[in-house]
Design a protein around this ligand. Structure first.
Ligand SMILES: [Zn+2]
Length: 340
């Protein structure tokens, strides 16, 4: 089978590999059809000195495919089913796993495509508990956005920030894969959505998705604009993933008692913050990473009911690195996928 393997920093090769063996008990074999690209792939590609990982490494952390073989005792899915794949090797038996807080697994065996082999290959074996059946009406491309992009946003907005209908939310980088998903999900429950974008064209696209206000952060300070638009009240929730460049501005956008949820730091990992402001304004700050299996099911249900991902580009497998470049370029509006 074909597999896209990373041999060292920025050294990605399309190679032939042995197919995986027939799936063992409780395992299923999946023919991968689409892989979603995410910032974690960019970190992996560039290399992270502190990350312990095997090399060469099959890349790809987010995917969907079709079940082609099942092992003994497989009951959740059958041959021919369309499935989305959970991208972390959770243990399935610790307290967090048993309680459905999969992304807090105490014995996680690594993130697929980052620490251990991922999904950018023709066939992969997975434990049945880490695959989620995809509704018929959802395409492979859309389903490939469920395990990380949609799942992460679902977890951030609804499990962590507990966004309620009628509330206001500021979504940073409204053109990103998760930004586009956050705009659509927040709008779908009747929230007022403010979003930041890097150019006016993206602003128009974000509005077409349902954003009520798009702020071009290159022309104006977003925090001033959000405070002006909310008549100085601020928003209930800020959806952060930009990091150092926006962190303090994001806090200034919050109402008293507002919630900030973050899953990324693409502009830098360190910042200073005013602790007096934190406690006096009674902010609540949530770190969020990944999602639960339930969040993937919720995401697929949303897709089936018409809340589909915004897809920027679909590249063929051999252009995975080009996809990463596009992801880094910030020209992107929506998700970048690789199709098999
Ligand atoms: Zn566990």
């Amino acid at each position: 089978m074909r597999a896209l393997r990373l041999h060292g920093d920025r050294d990605l090769r399309l190679e032939e590999m042995e197919n995986p063996p027939h799936p063992g008990p409780g395992e299923v074999q999946i023919r991968v059809h689409a892989v979603g690209l995410n910032h974690i792939d960019v970190w992996g590609f560039r290399g992270m000195a502190f990350a312990k990982r095997k090399m060469p490494l099959v890349v790809g952390a987010e995917a969907a495919g079709a079940v082609v073989a099942i092992g003994e005792d497989v009951t959740h899915v059958d041959v021919g089913d369309k499935v989305a794949l959970y991208g972390a090797r959770t243990c399935g038996i610790c307290r967090a796993c048993v309680e459905g807080r999969d992304n807090l697994c105490e014995n996680v065996g690594g993130i697929m495509g980052f620490h251990v082999d991922g999904f950018a290959c023709d066939f992969v074996n997975m434990p049945q508990r880490l695959v989620v059946k995809v509704p018929d009406e959802v395409s492979f491309e859309d389903a490939a956005c469920a395990p990380i992009a949609f799942g992460t946003v679902q977890h951030m907005l609804f499990d962590n920030a507990r966004l309620e209908p009628g509330e206001s939310v500021l979504v940073h980088a409204g053109g990103s894969g998760i930004g586009t998903a956050a705009i659509k999900m927040a709008k779908a429950i009747g929230c007022t959505v403010y979003t930041t974008v890097g150019d006016d064209e993206k602003g128009e696209k974000a509005k077409a998705l349902g954003a009520d206000h798009a702020i071009n952060y290159r022309n104006e300070r977003f925090e001033g604009e959000v405070r002006r638009l909310t008549k100085r009240k601020g928003v209930d929730v800020v959806f952060e993933h930009v990091g150092a460049d926006t962190w303090n501005g994001s806090l200034l956008c919050l109402k008293r008692g507002g919630r900030l949820v973050t899953c990324g730091s693409t502009s830098g990992v360190s910042t200073t913050m005013n602790l007096m402001q934190l406690f006096q304004q009674q902010y609540r700050i949530f770190g969020s990473f990944g999602c639960s299996m339930r969040n993937i099911r919720e995401s697929l249900d949303k897709m089936a009911s018409g809340l589909t991902p915004v897809i920027d580009t679909v590249f063929p497998l051999e252009h995975f690195a080009q996809g990463l470049e596009r992801l880094e370029s910030r020209k992107v509006f929506g998700k970048i996928l690789v199709r098999f």
